[in-house]
Design a protein around this ligand. Structure first.
Ligand code: DAT
Length: 172
C-alpha cells in the first residue's frame, strides 16, 4: 500500500474548510472527514451546550472512532478546533483565515446571529485557532492560508495538491 499523508484543515467556522476539503479530496483521492458530520452520524456527543444551543462533542469517542483510519493514512480532517486530536495524526496543519467583515457576512448568511455570530467573529480576530494549532503541533507543520476569495481557494488547492504529491514521492 502506498503511504499517504494526513492533513488537518482547521479555523473558525465559515473560513472555508469544507469547501477546500471536499475539492482537495476530489483532486488528491484522499478521504475527506468532517468531524461535525462524523459526530452527528455516530451521535458522538456528551451533553448539550445551552448557551450555544448545540450538542457537545465527545472528544474521546471521536478520537477512538477515527484512530484506525488515521493510522492507515490519507485522510483530510475538517474541524473548527485542533487540540482534541493526537499530535501524531497529522503530517501538516492548515489554518484558514478570513477577513472579519467577510466572515461576518458568511456567518450571517448561514443564519448565525447575536452572541454566536459575535463570538465566532471574535474567535477569528483573536486568531484563537491559529494559536491553538501552534500549541498543539510542531510550529513548522502549521501554515496559515488566506481564504477570502475564489482566487485564494484556487491557490490553496494548488499548493496543497503539490505538497501532497511531493510527500507521496518522498515517502514511497
Ligand atoms: P467552514 O467549513 O470553514 O465552516 P465553508 O466551506 O462552509 O466554511 O464556507 C463558508 C462559506 O464561505 C460558504 O458559503 C462558501 C464560502 N467560501 C468558502 N471559501 C471561500 C473563498 N475562498 N472565497 C469566497 N467564499 C468562500
Amino acid at each position: 500500500m502506498r503511504k499517504r499523508p494526513n492533513i488537518l484543515l482547521t479555523g473558525t467556522p465559515g473560513v472555508g474548510k469544507t469547501t477546500l476539503g471536499k475539492e482537495l479530496a476530489q483532486r488528491t483521492g484522499l478521504n475527506y472527514v468532517n468531524i461535525g458530520d462524523l459526530a452527528q452520524e455516530g451521535q458522538l456527543y456528551d451533553g448539550y451546550d445551552e448557551e450555544y444551543q448545540c450538542p457537545i462533542l465527545d472528544e474521546d469517542r471521536v478520537v477512538d472512532e477515527l484512530d484506525e483510519k488515521m493510522i492507515e493514512g490519507g485522510v483530510i480532517v475538517d474541524y473548527h478546533g485542533c487540540d482534541l486530536f493526537p499530535e501524531r495524526w497529522f503530517h501538516i496543519v492548515f489554518v484558514l483565515r478570513t477577513d472579519n467583515t467577510q466572515l461576518f457576512t458568511r456567518l450571517e448568511n448561514r443564519g448565525y446571529s447575536g452572541k454566536k455570530l459575535q463570538d465566532n467573529v471574535q474567535c477569528e480576530i483573536f486568531q484563537t485557532i491559529y494559536e491553538e494549532a501552534m500549541e498543539a503541533y510542531k510550529e513548522e507543520i502549521v501554515h496559515q492560508l488566506p481564504s477570502n476569495s475564489p482566487e485564494d481557494l484556487d491557490h490553496n488547492l494548488e499548493q496543497i495538491v503539490q505538497w501532497t504529491e511531493q510527500w507521496m514521492k518522498d515517502h514511497n
